[in-house]
Design a protein around this ligand. Structure first.
Ligand code: ATP
Length: 217
C-alpha cells in the first residue's frame, strides 16, 4: 500500500482487499452506488464496521444514498497499488506450492507468481502454470536481478528460518508463510502467517463448542 494510507488502522487495511473485490464486481455490473447494508451482506462484515472503515479514507456515505461505487473503486485501486502488478516468488514446489502455481492470482488481484525455487533436481528447469522453477542455489542472484518484493513459503518447517534469512538478505519485503514455523525477521519485514492445519483445527473446535453462536468471519 502506498504511504498516504499509513493512518488507516491495520484491521481496516486487512479488510480493504475484500471490499475491493466486491466493489469491482459491482462496478462491472454497472451499479453506481451501494449502501453499507448491501456491502455488509455481501462481504459479511457488520455495517457499523464498514462505516467506520470507510470513514478513515474519507468515503462518507449519505443517508438514503450509500457510497459512490466509482469513488470507492478509484480509492481502492490507488490505496492497494492495484495499477501495478506485484511480483511474487514461491519457495517450495510441493503439493501446496504446485497448487499456488496453477492458481491465477491475477484474476482477483494484481499479484503474479513470476518464479519459483526448489532444491529437487527433477523440478528445477521445468515450468508449472508457465512459472519457471529455479534451483535454490540461484535464489540470491536471481532475486537481485528482478523486482520481487513478496515471497510465499511452502517449504518444510525445518527449512523455513534459514530460507527466510536468505530472503531478507535478498531484499524481500513481505513473506506469506504457509509453514507452521514462527519466523524471526527484522522489524521492517512483514510476515503474514497462514497455518492451514491450525485454521482447520480451530474451525472444527468452534463448530463443536459454539454451534449456535454467530461468529466473526
Ligand atoms: P506440501 O507440504 O506442499 O504438501 P510436499 O509434502 O510435497 O509438500 P514437502 O516436504 O513439504 O513436500 O516440501 C515442499 C517442497 O519444498 C518440496 O518440493 C521440496 O522439494 C521443497 N524443499 C524442501 N526443502 C527445501 C529447501 N531447503 N529449499 C527449497 N525447497 C525445499
Amino acid at each position: 500500500m502506498n504511504s498516504d494510507s499509513t493512518k488507516i488502522p491495520q484491521a481496516t487495511a486487512k479488510r480493504l482487499p475484500l471490499y475491493y473485490r466486491f466493489i469491482q464486481n459491482l462496478h462491472s455490473s454497472g451499479k453506481q452506488r451501494v449502501s453499507s447494508a448491501e456491502l455488509s451482506e455481501a462481504v459479511k462484515v457488520d455495517s457499523a464496521t464498514i462505516r467506520r472503515d470507510f470513514s478513515y479514507f474519507g468515503a462518507l456515505g449519505k443517508k438514503g444514498y450509500g457510497y459512490n461505487v466509482s469513488y470507492l473503486l478509484s480509492f481502492f485501486r490507488k490505496t492497494l497499488d492495484q495499477d501495478e502488478v506485484t511480483n511474487v516468488a514461491l519457495i517450495g514446489v510441493g503439493n501446496l506450492g504446485t497448487a499456488f502455481l496453477n492458481y491465477n492470482f491475477l484474476k482477483n488481484n494484481n499479484t503474479k507468481i513470476q518464479l519459483a525455487f526448489d532444491i529437487e533436481e527433477s523440478k528445477v528447469g521445468t515450468k508449472i502454470g508457465e512459472v519457471p522453477i529455479h534451483h535454490m542455489d540461484e535464489l540470491e542472484d536471481t532475486l537481485a536481478r528482478l523486482d520481487v518484493p513478496v515471497a510465499i513459503l511452502t517449504i518444510p518447517q525445518s527449512a523455513a528460518q534459514t530460507i527466510t534469512d536468505r530472503l531478507v538478505q535478498s531484499n524481500i519485503k513481505g513473506i506469506l508463510n504457509f509453514t507452521p514455523a514462527r519466523l524471526n525477521v527484522p522489524p521492517e519485514i512483514r510476515v503474514h502467517h497462514i497455518d492451514l492445519a491450525i485454521e482447520l483445527q480451530s474451525l472444527v473446535y468452534f463448530l463443536k463448542n459454539y454451534p449456535d453462536e454467530s461468529v466473526e468471519k
